[in-house]
Design a protein. Sequence first.
Length: 349
Amino acid sequence: MIKKLVLVSACFCLLAASKAEENKVVVKEVFFTTDQSRENIDSPAVWHAADGRNLLFATSKAGHSVNVFDAENGAMVQRLGGLGSELGQFSRPNGVWVVDDYMLVVERDNRRVQVVYLPTMVGIATFGEEQLGKPYGLYVQPLGGGEYAVYVADNYETADEEIPADRDLNHRINRYLLETAGSTADAEWETAFGATSGDGRLYVVESVFGDPVHNRLLVAEELEDDSKGRQVKVYDLDGQFTGKTFGKGIFKNQVEGIALYEVSAKAGYWIVTDQGKIENWFHVFDRESLEYRGSFSGERTLNTDGIWLSQKATPRYPHGLFYACDNDRAISAFDLGEVLKRLGLKTRE
């Protein structure tokens, strides 16, 4: 029986890999941000301001800053932060999320999340210092009335920098309630979760992304192991593992950034990064069924960490833009309309 199960699993992975080769396209990037090869750029996020500004933010791990660009052409605008632990300063910023008029930045080495009020570009609050060990990524769910649920991935390790024992994987994801009012913010820790047995165990975590419509929280499993890792694990928003995973046999490298393209209230596509220094792919999965739909790569973009997707229509890009980290040095942008057309996928209704 064990041999049969191993054989079935191996065949499934080979079938998935074969299917992944059938629908792959290369799409030319429409622009890149200013090259910053010494910055160790990690993750992008976009803010569409009420005054018409469209700004692209990128975390700089080596520069201890958040760098700001024009989201429509990649030109440098300004730099926020600098090394330190005060409000407005950062220490190895990694994950970043923009929601309404707020930017949330995960600082690995300050072991916290900082909230920046975007109309003034000023840091207004921090949270997580008491719970987080080695935080990387986050997802922010709007709850209404200025409140948000914030899910933070914590890749804490043992004293010798190894993956903890299974029994200690129970707080890989921390959830906070963030309350805001204009330029003020305050957060409270609510819970932490992570499976300690079975397929839901989270070994190496960074990127997370939620889908409240389907009560899902996707967690990228970065462990480079074809049995336990290189897949996306699906939890619900209350922290329970659903029993579902996807992408096994398709991902060849580390599973990194996640983004959601919405076709309708319930339908759409997940885009998940397969980070490679030689071949770097963005795999596309159905939002509802989680089935594989195709893959695309850029002509130049490699070694992608974080990604961001904006469906805001502009005269030049009516279906929005997809942003990806390019080899630690820049952010590249793709025309979403072109990506979906080349893959034979639907655009928003």
